[in-house]
Design a protein around this ligand. Sequence first.
Ligand SMILES: Cc1ncc(COP(=O)(O)O)c(C=O)c1O
Length: 358
Amino acid sequence: MEWAKMCSQAHFNLATSGLTSVPIGEFPVELEELEITKPGGYGYDPLQQRIARHSGVSEECVVAATGTSMANHLAMAALLDPGDEVLIEHPTYGPILDIANYLGAQVKRFTRKFETKFVVEPAEIAKAISGRTRLILLSNLHNPSGALIPAETLRAIGEMVQRTGGHVLVDEVYLEMIFDSAPPFAFPIGQALARDNPYIVTNSLTKVYGLSGLRCGWILASPVLARRIWLLNDLFGVNAAHPAERMSLMAFNHLEQFRKRARTLLATNRALLDSFLDSRRDLECFRPPGGSVVFPRLTHGDAEAFCKLLREKYDTSVVPGRFFEMPQHFRIGIGGDTQNVRTGLERLSAALDEFAKR
Ligand SMILES: Cc1ncc(COP(=O)(O)O)c(C=O)c1O
């Protein structure tokens, strides 16, 4: 995260994974609807209702959080005691691993292999899971590869966890980038499996909708667990910034507009990415069905040295694979402005050409 904040800046930024931010001039702000402070209680009721409706769950299953980041932390902290066993996908989004370690969990891993398109193999989880496994952590779409976990896999994992006990946390911050079919949301799949839903889900308006600054995140959990998480949040944030809650409500009122923006931008930029990838023999790449990232492998030379050359000489950034424990890869994000992405990819090509001659 420190690298992302301090070192990923370059004129041509292919390091970010979300949609380019919505500027205030394009945000449908209704000044008369703003307020500074809300009366007491847990969450802001109108926003709770919108998140619940958006997610197809009852309000008692929704806990508001400061972005998916805090949602992940709260959910994990509510479920894990020091020494508890957790099972985390490899590769993973770094902070997930860091939170587990911070909470003193005993971390075990299962692999999503590049060679098999980063699929989640229930058999891999079956090998690693035990009666001691308190929590399994997945991202859907997968960060860094963009791979989709289909509903039948989620069902199989849910059934497994029902037999062994514990929960599955799915970070769905990229899932609504699937526009052409119904995304496989984990929470309703879990609800259909058992009265005590084995699934917990985290999400926000950050990545798909380009609204990171609102920090509008949430957790979906069974009502008993949701209440526990609200109480735990009293140790952390207590309340959200109310103007941000009000603006998040405005965002939900215009979500279709932001969704269209994302869909159009990603379709345009994906075409650029595809022609870039088609032109490169020095990259091996799984191409996911949607989303904003890919995670190619450099076939020759040291990928870390390549990322350095790209940044220093070509003023273009990607995320080095070491942040995902796969140093021969790097992550390309295509959620930026089209002109920026186009030039970034051209520079990536030029840097690859130069690197190949070394
Ligand atoms: C998988 C995943 N979860 C959570 C986040 C952070 O989301 P938010 O900005 O909503 O805190 C990121 C950001 O890169 C991410 O990739």
